[in-house]
Design a protein around this ligand. Sequence first.
Ligand code: C2E
Ligand code: CA
Ligand code: CA
Ligand code: CA
Length: 279
Amino acid sequence: AKADGRNCSRVFEPSLGREIEARLGMSNKLRRALADNELYLVYQPQYSLVTHELTGLEALVRWRDGQGRLFMPGDFIPIAEQHGLIGRLGEYVLDMALAQLAAWRTQGVPLVAVSVNVAAQQFASGDFVGFVLDALRRHAIGPEWLELEITESSLVQNTIRTVSQLQTLRLHGIRIAIDDFGTGYSSLSYLDTYEIDRLKIDRSFVSELETRSSRAGIVRGVILLAKGLGYGVVAEGVETPGQLAILRESGCGYAQGYLLSKPVMPERAAELLRSPERP
Ligand code: C2E
Ligand code: CA
Ligand code: CA
Ligand code: CA
């Protein structure tokens, strides 16, 4: 049900009641899914536009429930955020990603850094920094193999707590990337407020590179700006050879997208790591 915003008594309408019930059902299911290990990670390769090598993997969470139904992050991350489950989900994801790196290392698979998405709320409660450092220690993985992706909009919420945690993580050698750059209504002024490592240009800019020349101008500007600040640039959602060519000409360092590879299961990721042929 969509709220029409005019009638306060809507809250008592049965359709909305059912929606709340459905959400509660979903959050209880998700709680159980976390306990029953129904969540898993797929990995999307990132390639250097300079050397053409596979240089990183972004971990993306999936949920297959007991009946074999597949849920995408958009189906359950917002519910996890609203029902106080995002902290546990985030820790679970981080742990799985590091366990995967450790397993690959044991198998002799050449490693690259793994990028893990972090929700704003994960900084708000508990000891996020402590958890990350402890997880690295438990899996005996060096900090240089981990990049944390924080969305631009969660940085704009900019609590001192978030910023100081990011800086602490970075001092420990963990890389920090700003995700979905260009979508967060931010002012440019915050860009040199924290030390970060990479900017990820949002797919919405990449997808219009060939059709809106003003977009190509913006993207070129963002790349120059990032380089001036010493940040790497990753373009996400690259789907066409034309987009890739514009990005390369503009000096973008890294690209990720369906053109290069969809997110893949760990077994396939290991194959790609073993033979990092350029796509
Ligand atoms: P994101 O961080 O911007 O991740 C990129 C999303 O774009 C992924 O969708 C990916 O599959 C998709 N994508 C990649 N290349 C292309 C392309 O060329 N074309 C198109 N159309 N799409 C592409 P996914 O896996 O559904 O994830 C959606 C969002 O869910 C992510 O956006 C991220 O914000 C969030 N998310 C995913 N995993 C996690 C997680 O473990 N924790 C948290 N907090 N959020 C997560
Ligand atoms: Ca991301
Ligand atoms: Ca992104
Ligand atoms: Ca995005």
